[in-house]
Design a protein around this ligand. Structure first.
Ligand code: GLC
Length: 530
């Protein structure tokens, strides 16, 4: 099939393997029209900043029309832009400008659920039981069906069912009660989802994050997670993307153990990428315990994945630092270590940013970023973490890690000229992390700032394909406080490179002996200093 003219050609179909993804929230990035809310016009003005940072792709959190009761993951229209953020034309202009600068754009395909304000739900609750309209969602006469299903937002929800007075039935929701789950047993739902997907592909979107994808299908007597039928749906989506817009990418949000998460790659016929959720807390665990074991152990359990697939590696994101993928005693340890203040906890996780988690210790921030940039997979950097932004655990839900980007010491941290009282979210203003102390302008000027360190590291990463594509081989020196591994790529074609990565996970100097007898005549070169 021929592609619509709006599609940009993608030269390397495996582009996501060498990518570095920068995750942003339109709302909190930069306010172009000074109404207090970040927007596409603002984002466009800050495109140079993102290019200069050295990332290759931008992942934008949901910007669609939405009541925003789950910060936009409650979508009321799949084909629009929330008026606070601009128009479809603004978005189109931004995508074109980003492509012109060599950046790829990743957006969200939130298909497990909609907002209860979506016209499909409004129609469904009024339609007669059993009608195709009603069947866009999952209904029941009782709230006891699928009793074996866990509750994800356990701090706020008591059940996965909510009574709807209009429909006179219960509807199913894995997240907030205002987010009814779509019914993928209804072929009409699948068609609508594929059509929405094509809409964004036509607009030039290069990648789609499949939000909450393990929960698409429900079956009696199961946990309703990772069901084979859910994988059928994903294969259908993948087949469509391959036929309609080859070279575009699907990224799974499947917060699962490695053996379950890897199924989201299928035989290379499901998602191109999937987040490595279990690795993330283990990086925090390793430096807290000053022991490499949590990392080497989880990587040992991580199966090989198909050639055309890639893990996405991250330290932080817009959600809580989820501790679902650790044992309960490990969770207690991580909570005690990183969230002694109970306000910092939410659901099964921690709502803090990287820098406060590292207690503002520049060397530990660098250590964590070093791991992020050198573990197998594509790194995802959460906006603001490149300057060491702080958080506000007094804000509700996960808003504390979604505060305005700190650009300068100007009013509202340079984010907006609006009246401070009218801002979408208060900026951080405490003495340690406030915009007076932590901002882009100051760090851009300082040669040794965290921002410039991150830029240099991304430059180093860009020079070595082995980071994105290479294998990983652990060395096991006697001293467990030292984590060492080799990233190797292309040895078979004679132009190979081997990178040796060594990390001291402890707070003091360590002696270590590495067994490098395989590289007898090789001369090591420091990739950072030359
Ligand atoms: C995903 C998102 C999260 C959202 C949830 C429900 O987990 O990352 O922010 O609340 O889905 O849509």
């Amino acid at each position: 099939m021929t592609l619509p003219a709006t599609l940009t050609p993608i030269e390397d179909p495996l582009w996501y393997k060498d990518a570095v993804i920068y995750q942003i929230h339109i709302k909190s990035f930069f306010d172009g029209n000074n109404d207090g809310v970040g927007d596409f016009a603002g984002l466009l003005q800050k495109l140079d900043y993102i290019v200069d940072l050295g990332v290759t792709a931008i992942w934008m959190l949901p910007f669609y029309p939405s009541p925003r009761r789950d910060d936009g993951y409650d979508i009321s229209d799949y084909r629009g832009v929330h008026p606070d953020y601009g128009t479809l034309a603004d978005l189109r202009e931004f995508v074109v400008a980003a492509h012109a600068r060599g950046l790829r754009i990743i957006t969200e395909l939130v298909i497990n659920h909609t907002s209860d304000q979506h016209s499909w739900f409004q129609r469904a609750r009024r339609a007669p039981a059993g009608s195709p309209e009603r069947d866009f969602y999952v209904w029941s006469d009782t709230d006891t069906k699928y009793a074996g299903t866990r509750i994800i937002f356990c701090d706020t929800e008591k059940s996965n069912w909510t009574w709807d007075d209009e429909a006179k039935a219960y509807y199913w929701h894995r997240f907030y009660a205002h987010q009814p789950d779509l019914n993928f047993d209804n072929p009409a739902v699948m068609e609508e989802v594929l059509s929405a997907m094509r809409f964004w592909l036509d607009l030039g979107i290069d990648g789609l994050r499949l939000d909450a994808v393990p929960y698409l299908i429900e079956r009696d007597g199961t946990s309703n997670e990772n069901l084979p039928e859910t994988h059928d749906i994903i294969r259908r989506i993948r087949a469509e993307i391959d036929a309609y817009a080859p070279g575009r990418m699907l990224l799974a949000e499947a917060n699962m153990w490695p053996e379950d998460a890897q199924v989201y790659f299928g035989q290379g016929d499901e998602c191109h990428m999937s987040f490595h959720f279990p690795l993330m807390p283990r990086m925090y665990m390793a430096i807290a315990r000053e022991d490499r074991f949590p990392i080497t152990d989880i990587m040992r359990q991580t199966p090989a994945i198909p050639e055309n697939c890639q893990w996405a590696v991250f330290l932080r994101n817009h959600d809580e630092l989820t501790l679902e993928m650790v044992t309960s005693s490990e969770r207690d340890y991580l909570w005690e270590t990183y969230a002694a203040d109970k306000r910092a906890r939410i659901n099964l996780g921690i709502r803090r940013r990287l820098s406060p988690l590292m207690q503002h210790d520049r060397r530990r921030i660098e250590l964590m970023n070093g791991l992020l940039l050198s573990m197998p997979g594509t790194p995802v950097i959460y906006y603001g973490d490149e300057i060491g932004m702080g958080d506000n655990i007094y804000l509700g839900d996960r808003d504390g890690v979604r505060t305005p980007m700190q650009w300068s010491i100007d009013r509202n941290g340079g984010f907006s000229r609006a009246d401070p009282a009218g801002l979408v979210m208060p900026p951080i203003m405490d003495p340690l992390y406030g915009y007076q102390a932590v901002n882009v302008e100051a760090q851009a000027a300082g040669q040794h700032s965290l921002l410039n360190w991150v830029r240099r590291m991304l430059e180093v990463r860009r020079r070595h394909r082995a980071f994105g594509r290479g294998t990983q081989r652990f060395l096991y020196p006697g001293n467990r406080k030292v984590l060492a591994y080799l990233r190797e790529y292309g040895a078979d074609n004679g132009h190979g490179e081997t990178l040796l990565c060594v990390y001291n996970l402890s707070r003091s100097a360590q002696a270590v002996e590495l067994d490098l007898h395989d590289f007898n005549r090789a001369v090591p070169v420091d990739v950072i200093g030359g």
